[in-house]
Design a protein around this ligand. Sequence first.
Ligand code: HEM
Length: 209
Amino acid sequence: MVSTPKRARRPAHPLPIRLMHWTGVYAMACMILSGLVIYNASPLLPFSFPRWAGLGGWLGGALAWHLSAMWLLFADGAAYLIYGFMSGHFRRDLHPPTVPELALDIRDALKFRLAHRIGHYNAVQRLLYAGIVVVMIVAVLTGLSIWKPVQFGWLTGLFGGYPIARGIHLTMMLLIVAFIVLHVTLVVLYPRTLVSMVVNVAAEQDEAP
Ligand code: HEM
């Protein structure tokens, strides 16, 4: 008798996604912490960050960290985008939510009843994850335009000039920090997701037969 092979259950998060996620977290942490020291050298807003909170110690050191982590973040982000499109991950798991889907999930989230199956993203998560990818792309582009405003003059011009590009870069950083606070809060509320982002865990079954 020939037995039909069982279909292997797909991992909640394939290894490349897990590797790229944690590499990106490290690179982004270096970017944000060194960015605080760079900001302090010429604050745009009426406050500075405490010296101990930053990375690099002084402006030169912080710039060295920022520019070195930038390449890691750039390579990691490019690999994530290529993998996401080529493997079908974006189409399958991160497709844009419809307005009714989103309204339903936001209502459930406000009632603390939002369902979550490991390996599946609800509408709120899909919006947040797609949104943060766009925010990071804008952060990289504005970063390039203020790092090399002569070589990338056309890009700086596209953002409305150096001071505006700098303001947008800072705004993107604030959005990324807001995302991290919300994202980590959701992980704390659903700690099982953290395990699935570290080790290989099978995705939970679809409800449909
Ligand atoms: C720079 C900060 C971070 C960014 C930009 C970020 C971004 C993302 C993105 C885009 C995804 C979806 C990945 C995909 O399937 O393609 C994701 C998933 C996830 N992230 Fe993060 N993340 C960050 C920090 C963190 C931190 C600090 C933690 C842990 C405390 C964390 C835990 C997770 C977990 C557990 C998932 C899977 C969620 C689930 O299965 O529902 N992330 N993250």
